[in-house]
Design a protein around this ligand. Sequence first.
Ligand code: PLP
Length: 452
Amino acid sequence: MEETKILLDENEIPKKWYNIQADLPTPLDPYLNPATKEPVGPEDLAPIFPMELIKQEVSTERWIPIPDEVRDIYRLWRPTPLYRALRLEKALKTPAKIYYKWEGVSPPGSHKPNTAVAQAYYNMKEGVERITTETGAGQWGSALAFGTCLFDLDCTIYMVRISYEQKPYRRVLMETWGAEVFPSPSQRTNAGRKILEKDPETTGSLGIAISEAVEDAATHDDTKYSLGSVLNHVLLHQTVVGLEVKKQFEIAEEYPDVMFGCVGGGSNFSGACFPFVGDKLRGERPDLQVISCEPTACPTLTKGLYKYDFGDTAMLTPLLLMYTLGHDFVPAPIHAGGLRYHGDAPLLCKLTNEGVMGAVAYHQNEVFEAALTFARAEGIVVAPETAHCVKATIDEARRCKETGEEKTIFFANSGHGHFDLAAYDAYLAGKLVDYEYPAELIKRALANLPKV
Ligand SMILES: *Cc1c(COP(=O)(O)O)cnc(C)c1O
């Protein structure tokens, strides 16, 4: 009988993270200081990040050791299972084989603690007492609250106001792990006060919340800031996922033909696919297809420009070369809160720009339809973010049915949707609206890009 789950022992949790910067044909373009347009150096980042993470950010070493203390905490939920979706294959009557890596088994319910725990550890090691961050729907905030709790650090979270009001349960989870949570924009920072003055009724955005969390860290000596996606060190930590997948595929005597993942900032998918993309870059797997899945309402990779832009709305961060919809882009209120960021990880963007990786965009109704098909075959109710790559997987499996191809399809199952049942409710009630981000609005937001 074919196995449903491919499992690893605890001692097979990877001992090193994989750094794809070692295998890039040309180096990643530097982050730029917005005032001077010169590359930022470690001293520019030191007020907001611990030195070890700054080193990881620019490292070109292929392998970076995972500290024992971090591996020890990973053991609470890692290694995670690689599933063969036999029941979904049957439901779709496809000759394709479908595999997914299930990150929903972590305590906060997603891949995010893979980096939250590592970041909390390095901050603790360097004597930091408090970490600030932003959160949209609350996935990242709850992961960092969990990570800081395990290393006895204080945690301050700026939560996008609309989610703070509409999604109280993630806030309760953050508070359960000991974090303090404020709706953003708040009166606690200059960035927040300025925006509230202009628009007291604003529902907030991830960009604004980032501005507040960065300012809080930069203005307090014992405090640093933490980002849950986008940056190189975050993607690095997430490769623990893909390295496990590699071992699991070896056990199954398989190698994927096509890999799908949802992309908000790019961390879960990069973590899952980079060890395989490395094979492709080294010429060992030239035919591997690696496809990012995003919403049509926030079509960063499929409709954005590959340009230097700020990471936040208040223009406080360095400039990153990435696909962007413009730092003042305000996304439509779709239910995949984690996929509403205006940019994406520079590493993933570079690989996309160079044609190593591809991208597709979907509307939210078709995405939820796919999530239901998946839930009714495999049982798991995925996060609305994850549902985007479930849609891509199901489409590919159906294509294989047409052509008779026995492809091996992989998707990164980044988390569960147990806190997103209001979104499922809206879909089931036929109340979900599809948004195509209007071309002229994209053009307008892109007109405000910094001149480099
Ligand atoms: C945050 C989140 C995402 C999007 O973030 P990435 O950095 O692109 O991974 C995707 N899925 C889940 C379940 C999330 O919580």
